[in-house]
Write a protein of this length. Structure first.
Length: 348
C-alpha cells in the first residue's frame, strides 16, 4: 500500500530517528518472536520529507541527482533547469527516454534477456513545486518568517522543481518459485511507499520508483500517458506490454488522436521501450516542430549506439585475428624448437 510505516521503538537513542519495520514483515508477524526477526529500515531524514526546508533544498540543489538516487534508488534523474529556454516538459521526458534507449544496450539489459526476462524502463515525472507553494501560503499568513522562492519566477517555472526519473528492472518467470520475479539495476533498499500487487499467488511490493510508469510515445507525447500499473509491472512479454491500456495524466487530453496512436501490430514490431514517431506519421499528421526535434534527438541516440556496436564488433574481430596470428606464431616457434631438439639428439 501507501506510506504505512510502523516505527520500531527504541531502535535509536533519539526517538525522531527510530527505524521503521519492513511493512510486510511487520504485518505477517503473529507473535513477539516473529516480530523480533522482522527486518527494519534505517531512518533517513530525506525519505518522503519534501516539506522539510532542508530536505527540499537538497532535492532541488546542486546535488539533487545524488540525493534522489540515494534516497529512492532511481537509476537516472534529470531536471528541467538544464533545458530551460528550449522546450518545456516534453524536452525533459526526451532526456529520460534517451537514457532508457542507452540502458537497453547495457550489461543489465543483456543479462535480463539472456535469462528470458523482459527489460523495462519506468519513466516518471515529479513536480515538487507544491511543497514550495504551501510554504509560500504559510509565509503570507505569517506562520513562517523565512521563505525563498525557487520553483517560479513570477508566472514562469524555473524548472528547478520539475524532475524526470528513469528506473530499470527485469521481469522474468522464476522456475524455482513458480512465480514472476523482478530484479532491479539498483536494488531498492527501502520498499515503503510503493504499491502492493497481487501476482495470482501472493502480494509483491514494488518501490516508489516503479509505482507509476509513463508510456514514452513520441507521437502522442503531449498526452503524457501512464500505463496501468499492475499490468505493466507483471508483464513478461512484449505482447503483454502492447496490450496494456494507458491513460493521460490530464483528462483534457482524453480524446483520441487519429493517426497518431500506435497499433498493436506496430507495437509488436518494436523492441524498444520508447516509441520513436515514424517518419511517415510525422509527415502526414503535421505534428509540429517540437515533436520533430525530439524524435530527431532520439534517432541520433540510436544511431550513435548502433555505430558504437559496429565499432565494438570490429574491435572484437581484429582482436580475434591478432589472437589467431599469435597462436600460429607460437606454433611455428614451438615447431622450430622441437626440430632443433631432434637435430641435436641425432648428432649426439
Amino acid at each position: 500500500g501507501m506510506d504505512t510505516r510502523c516505527l520500531k521503538p527504541y531502535s535509536n537513542g533519539d526517538p525522531e530517528k527510530w527505524e521503521h519495520y519492513d511493512p510486510d514483515d511487520f504485518a505477517n508477524a503473529v507473535n513477539e518472536g516473529q516480530l523480533s526477526k522482522a527486518r527494519s529500515v534505517q531512518f533517513d531524514k530525506r525519505f518522503f520529507n519534501f516539506e522539510d526546508p532542508e530536505v527540499f533544498n537538497q532535492m532541488t540543489g546542486a546535488d539533487y541527482q545524488q540525493h534522489m538516487k540515494e534516497t529512492y534508488g532511481f537509476d537516472y534523474v534529470m531536471r528541467l533547469i538544464k533545458l530551460r529556454g528550449k522546450y518545456d516538459n516534453s524536452q525533459l521526458i526526451a532526456k529520460c527516454s534517451q537514457n532508457c534507449i542507452k540502458a537497453e544496450h547495457s550489461k543489465f539489459a543483456n543479462s535480463c534477456r539472456r535469462k528470458g526476462g523482459l527489460f523495462k524502463c519506468c519513466i516518471t515525472k515529479f513536480g515538487l513545486s507544491i511543497f514550495e507553494n504551501v510554504r509560500k501560503e504559510l509565509n503570507k499568513l505569517g506562520k513562517i518568517s523565512e521563505f525563498h522562492e525557487l520553483c517560479e519566477e513570477g508566472d514562469m517555472s524555473t524548472g528547478y522543481c520539475t524532475l524526470c526519473t528513469t528506473s530499470y528492472f527485469c521481469s522474468y518467470w522464476n522456475r524455482n518459485t513458480s512465480s514472476i520475479s523482478h530484479d532491479y539495476n539498483t536494488p531498492d533498499f527501502n520498499n515503503v511507499g510503493g504499491v502492493n500487487v497481487w501476482d495470482g499467488k501472493k502480494y509483491q511490493r514494488f518501490p516508489l520508483k516503479t509505482t507509476w510508469c509513463m508510456r514514452p510515445d513520441f507521437c502522442t507525447l503531449m498526452r503524457e500517458e501512464y500505463y496501468d500499473t499492475k499490468r505493466f509491472l507483471m508483464a513478461l512479454t512484449r505482447k503483454e506490454v502492447c496490450e496494456i491500456p494507458s491513460s493521460p495524466l490530464i483528462s483534457v487530453f482524453n480524446q483520441e488522436i487519429q493517426g497518431l496512436l500506435e497499433s498493436k501490430e506496430d507495437c509488436l514490431k518494436r523492441s524498444s521501450n520508447v516509441r520513436i514517431c515514424p517518419t511517415d506519421v510525422i509527415k502526414t499528421q503535421h505534428v509540429g516542430d517540437k515533436v520533430k526535434l525530439l524524435n530527431n534527438q532520439l534517432i541520433k541516440t540510436k544511431r550513435k549506439l548502433r555505430g558504437h556496436k559496429i565499432k565494438k564488433k570490429k574491435r572484437k574481430k581484429s582482436k580475434k585475428k591478432l589472437r589467431k596470428k599469435f597462436k600460429k606464431a607460437k606454433k611455428r616457434k614451438h615447431k622450430k624448437k622441437m626440430k632443433k631438439k631432434r637435430h641435436y639428439r641425432k648428432v649426439d
